[in-house]
Design a protein around this ligand. Structure first.
Ligand code: RDL
Ligand code: RDL
Ligand code: RDL
Length: 154
């Protein structure tokens, strides 16, 4: 049975973990899902590593980055940490991050967070189920998460 990990944070202002849970369950009915909630983004890499060590085939992380320069440094650190865990474990960690300065109003931020979470949860299931070529039919299509697709330049 395929096993997925969800890592989310209490810092986040939207419960993206519950959305990811529903989508993964819907896309891969018989799977097992483990959720691990940590305080903030810098706590994500080790949580993801622990879930992989517990047998997860792939992970989705759900981070929220505040507006200040300090927040952005935290994001860079966490992002590098997530990449290091992927390299060390050879497992995909799909990094969903919402940056609080992506939108001025809360409704728009919520839309971005939900859309990004749904699309990346589907990406994770495809990669875990089908492997290397799962996304090849979308290559070069200008797909975006959180926004309308940019589209292909022809
Ligand atoms: O280990 C405890 C905290 O250091 C850790 O949870 C940090 O990720 C918390 N944090 C910051 O310290 C910060 O300056 C966060 C942010 N900014 C941020 O923008 N988003 C977070 N955490 O999720
Ligand atoms: O793991 C899922 C995503 O985090 C990952 O695919 C990122 O590489 C997606 N991404 C960004 O998050 C971003 O802010 C990309 C860009 N910018 C970018 O400019 N080009 C990309 N991905 O290919
Ligand atoms: O072209 C508009 C956006 O794609 C661009 O601003 C991206 O940098 C926004 N973005 C993030 O900031 C991020 O952390 C994206 C992702 N993650 C992502 O996973 N997928 C995106 N954009 O399409």
């Amino acid at each position: 049975m395929r096993k997925y990990g969800i890592v989310d944070t209490t810092f986040s202002r939207i419960d993206m973990g519950s959305i990811a849970y529903k989508i993964i369950k819907n896309e891969d009915e018989d799977c097992e899902i483990v959720r691990y909630t940590v305080p903030g983004i810098k706590d994500i890499p080790v949580a993801a590593k622990k879930l992989i060590e517990e047998g997860c085939d792939g992970i989705i992380t759900l981070g929220w980055v505040g507006k200040t320069a300090l927040d952005k440094y935290s994001y860079l650190a966490s992002s590098i940490g997530i990449i290091i865990v992927q390299i060390l474990t050879s497992k995909h960690i799909i990094d969903v991050t919402v940056h609080e300065d992506e939108a001025d109003d809360e409704e728009k931020l919520k839309e971005i967070a939900i859309d990004r979470t749904i699309k990346h949860a589907k990406n994770l299931v495809k990669l875990v189920k089908e492997g290397k070529n799962a996304l090849t039919k979308y290559a070069g299509k200008g797909l975006r998460q959180g926004y309308r697709d940019a589209g292909e330049i022809d």
